[in-house]
Structures are given as structure tokens and as C-alpha cells.
Design a protein around this ligand. Structure first.
Ligand SMILES: C[S@@+](CC[C@H](N)C(=O)[O-])C[C@H]1O[C@@H](n2cnc3c(N)ncnc32)[C@H](O)[C@@H]1O
Length: 225
């Protein structure tokens, strides 16, 4: 089988060394969701379009998107300002002191992300977009085969990610939303992603394909968003 761009899509499961790199990388995604993310990314590569992630952090989930992209000859794009989300700041539950730049005194996950990708041998397959998601979305003009939303978890940020990137998902492409909790989980990974997931379904533009733990996979089946 070949993609609409004349290439073979990625295989449905990541190679063992990719899985090992994923499991060794700093980040938040558990293995079951990682496998579901990879499978969705592999399927989406059939469109021959780039795959885009919002929320790079240190590159854990990026590894999987990049591996699927590499196998199909497309690019993975990943957006982050690399200053961390609210719940990752000093004093909060998800803070990692190792992510603070001692010179600037702020979080900077970009160096760790670059080391992660380098170690996994995937640098050539990823375009890192460093900036605030809505600002990057405003200058992005192309169609995407997959958008994976895993950025800020406040309503403001989750809605801005949806509004900025969902319109770029090509017909037949996939929209993935992470940390979807129908029941309140905790203060920060609360329910903003869940509300965005409902919003996507209510738009009529997306149809649910599958769910794995807190990861939801939707397909673009309609025009309006
Ligand atoms: C939950 S982490 C991403 C985890 C990553 N996908 C993984 O699997 O390890 C969320 C990331 O989103 C980034 N972020 C939050 N709000 C953002 C915004 N408005 N624009 C760009 N990046 C943002 C943070 O800097 C943080 O690195």
C-alpha cells in the first residue's frame, strides 16, 4: 500500500529501539498511550502530510511522532515555548528542577529535547517550532495529517491550541487530545482537555475513532470547526 503522496505508510508498531528511547526519555506519557499515539501517527502518515504536536517538553512523545514520520518520509513538527506549563513551574507537583536554566532562572526544556532527539537518531525528521502555540499557529499555512494537543492544560491554552491548529487538520486526518478526563483528575491536569474534546465532537468536524486511557483520537470528517 502507498500513501496519497506515493509513499508506504509507517508500520503500525514502533521499532524496539524507538520504544527504548521513548521509555528512557523524560516526560509524562505512559507506554499504553504512547503505543496508541504511534499507531495513530502511523495511520495518519498515509495522507503524506506533516504531523504536528503541541507540547514538546523534553521530546518523549515527539520520539514516536518522529519515528512514524521517518518511516513514511514525512516530517514531524513540534511546538513549545519550552518555558513549561503552569503545573511544571517551581513549587508545583510536576516541576523538575533539572529543567531550570541556571543562568536565566527559568525553565528551558529545549536542550534536553535536543539531546533526546539526537540520542534517538531522529533529529533529521523533526522541525522544532519554538514559540507560543497561538503565535506559531497564526503563521502556519499548511494542511496537517495529524495534530496532537498536549500543551497547556488551562481552558485558555487548551482552547487556543484547538482554535489555532484543528482547522489545519486535513479531511481524513487525525486530531489527538491528551489528558482527557471526564471526571476531575487534579487541579492542573483537570478538565480543560476534556472540554476541548467535547467541543471538537460538537463542531461536527470530528468523529471519535478510539480512546486509550486519557488519549482521544478523532478523525476530521466534516468541514466546519
Ligand atoms: C504536558 S507537557 C508536554 C508533554 C510531552 N508531550 C510528553 O509526552 O512528554 C506540556 C508542554 O506544553 C508547553 N506549553 C504550555 N503552554 C504552551 C503554549 N501556550 N505554547 C507553547 N507551548 C506551551 C509547556 O512548555 C510544556 O513543555
Amino acid at each position: 500500500m502507498t500513501t496519497t503522496a506515493g509513499r508506504a505508510p509507517a508500520p503500525q508498531a514502533p521499532e524496539p529501539e524507538i520504544l527504548a528511547a521513548f521509555e528512557g526519555a523524560k516526560g509524562f506519557m505512559p507506554l499504553d498511550e504512547g503505543l496508541a499515539l504511534y499507531a495513530a501517527a502511523a495511520e495518519a502518515t498515509a495522507l503524506g502530510l506533516p504531523l504536528l504536536e503541541v507540547g514538546t517538553y523534553c521530546g518523549r512523545s515527539t520520539i514516536l511522532l518522529a519515528a512514524a514520520a521517518r518511516a513514511a518520509g514525512v516530517s514531524a513538527l513540534t511546538v513549545d515555548h519550552h518555558r513549561g506549563s503552569e503545573e511544571q513551574q517551581p513549587g508545583w507537583d510536576y516541576h523538575d528542577p533539572g529543567t531550570v536554566d541556571p543562568v536565566v532562572g527559568l525553565m528551558d526544556t529545549l536542550p534536553t529535547f535536543r539531546r533526546t532527539l539526537h540520542a534517538a537518531g531522529l533529529e533529521d525528521h523533526v522541525v522544532a517550532l519554538v514559540g507560543k502555540s497561538p503565535q506559531v499557529a497564526r503563521v502556519w499555512g499548511g494542511a496537517l495529517g495529524l495534530v496532537f494537543i498536549d500543551g497547556g492544560h488551562t481552558d485558555e491554552h487548551a482552547n487556543a491550541d484547538y482554535e489555532g491548529w484543528a482547522p489545519h487538520v486535513a479531511r481524513g486526518g487525525l486530531l489527538l487530545i491528551h489528558d482527557v478526563f471526564p471526571v476531575k483528575h487534579d487541579e492542573w491536569t483537570g478538565q480543560a482537555p476534556y472540554r476541548v474534546y467535547l467541543r471538537a465532537l460538537e463542531s461536527g468536524a470530528f468523529t471519535e475513532v478510539s480512546a486509550c486511557a486519557s488519549l482521544r483520537v478523532l478523525r476530521r470528517t466534516g468541514p466546519g470547526i
